[in-house]
Design a binder for this molecule. Sequence first.
Ligand SMILES: [Zn+2]
Length: 443
Amino acid sequence: MDMKDELEPHVRDIVRALGGKVSEQEVERELGNYLNVYRVSLDTAKRSIVKKHGGNPADLSLGVTKTVRDLVPGEQNVNLLARIVSVNEKEVETEGGSKAIRYGFLGDGTGTIPYTAWNPDGVELAKGDVVRIQNAYTKEFKGRVEVHLGARAVVTKEDDALLPAVEPSRAAPAGPATAAKVGELRERMGNVALTARVLSVEAREVKVDGEAKTVYSGVLADESGKVQFSAWKDFGLAEGDVLRIEGGYVKSWRGIPQLSFDERATVTKLAADALPPREALAQSPRMWIEDLAERGGAVDATVRGILIDVKDGSGLIYRCPECRRVLRKNTCRIHGEVQGLADLRVKAVVDDGSGALTAVFGKDLTELLLEKTIDECIAQAKEAMDQEVVRDELADLLIAQPVEIRGNVTSDDYGLMMIVDSARILKVDVQEEARAMLEELEG
Ligand SMILES: [Zn+2]
């Protein structure tokens, strides 16, 4: 198909959008100029020509089907033919209350890309399906292009044979592996080589395409950090082993890079003293929030900062007994009116000067911070006839306090989130510190 045939439908689309007041020949000439002289994208060219002649670009009906590799941030009316690689659901808070969105990866022969569907009720997204997407838009998040399916997006299922299967991170390693430290691992790296110590490992049975498989998973560490791993073959791994792994690949779970390796990888056991001892590597490294944001998350990080806010939804909450969603007025969004289960949590914002993250403290930690059990909180709320008293107490207790928190850090469009495993309020005596500093200065 030559260029002219390929453009003809778009020429007709422009003519139609302009109500036929500009001739096909004229549009064809202008389109050729935009594409070959101004070197803009087909989409931009079409919109510009329509605008130039006083039309409305929204009247264009034929979008440009792009490949994943061609996408750049800030595109409107994006059309794609792609395979849904993964579908996940999560709840987000919006001005109109909480709503469920779907997100994951989609791909074609040229690559894979993250997507978010903001109105998933209207679109069919099933893992493995080949779909035609119209009127999506793109944004940049952390240096990566993402596809967003907003209110105008249309998704239709297409014949499976239109695209090859997409297995982004499992392409066979080719050439020498790229050496990396654990702290340098990033999502979608393939064929990496690293030396790390096994901090923990356990075997699990999983189903892959209906077939039972054993996966050996746990945590690896070197001096630069820790990473969760999955080994899809029995390499005879044991806690404490120092491994040289060549041919691993990196996927991510909610932003945290994870290392996978299988029968195509080479795994060699090294001498036990090739890395610092286990106890040293098991320490949780203190990290700056800025660095966590750049990495996309981390396993078992420690952050020190000031707790600057206790968000709504903190304190005494009630959850659906079926799905654990937080209830509003005794009602679950999915299961209707239910008898809720009481729970305690803190959703706080912690700022360390380089950035901020949301820190989520579960029931046990919240009880520790309050020095109160959940039953005492329930009684307190009953007496005050106000569930919010617990949140208010937490705000009084925590806001403006310096804290040290430790846990796994994940990331998504809403930023970084730490699920806090342990926390302490740092008792920094400011006056004492100032006095010590003065004494030192005065000698
Ligand atoms: Zn429910």
